[in-house]
Design a protein around this ligand. Structure first.
Ligand SMILES: [Mg+2]
Length: 192
């Protein structure tokens, strides 16, 4: 099968170190369970513009360069890679290409057939997202995501797997299934 995989919060834990960075900057003490929306500013205040600017700044730090894998993702991806075509579809901007390749090669060497950057940090803003459009073109059998918005306009035959987080506790469309962890992601894929 053809499987599209997101990077941040699916393969690499962006949120924990970004929250540390955010808290240091704003003298706050927010934790992951308090992130109730995909956009931080909707949980913690500020504007989308300030959030994007801070995230871009975070992307220049060592902490970002040294992001660590989401629990269970390394073993699961290595297993899936043996049987399936894995394509990265990330909303990171293409300026992060080298750094993203470095991060992925460090933990998931040669596991991905292609990396696509949609340049849509902080989620879709207006209308249909670029990521959803690109996913429609790729027409994968499965998409693994943490952002529910990206899974709302999937092609009919595509199944979405939403990795469970505090920011995606909404009702799911019929073709999207929630996975509590990567073990469940594998179980869902085995049953497709
Ligand atoms: Mg993500």
């Amino acid at each position: 099968m053809k499987i599209a995989v997101d990077v941040d919060a699916v393969l690499l834990d962006l949120v924990t170190p970004f929250l540390d960075f955010y808290n240091e900057r704003h003298k706050t003490s927010f934790e992951t369970h308090m992130v109730k929306h995909y956009n931080f500013h909707k949980s913690f205040g500020g504007t989308l513009e300030s959030e994007v600017a801070l995230l871009m700044e975070f992307c220049t730090t060592e902490a970002f360069r040294n992001l660590t894998p989401v629990k269970g993702s390394v073993a699961a991806v290595k297993k899936l890679h043996k049987k399936h075509e894995l394509i990265i579809v990330t909303s990171r901007n293409p300026g992060l290409k080298k750094l993203t390749e470095y991060q992925l090669n460090k933990y998931f060497p040669n596991c991905f057939d292609k990396i696509i950057f949609t340049n849509e940090h902080c989620g879709p803003q207006k209308g249909k997202s670029k990521k959803a459009i690109i996913i429609s073109k790729i027409n994968p059998d499965i998409v693994i995501e943490d952002c529910l918005d990206y899974l709302l306009d999937l092609p009919k035959a595509t199944k979405g797997i939403l990795l469970n987080y505090p920011w995606n506790q909404n009702k799911l469309p019929k073709n999207v299934e929630r996975a509590m962890d990567w073990k469940q992601v594998l179980e869902i894929i085995e049953n497709v």
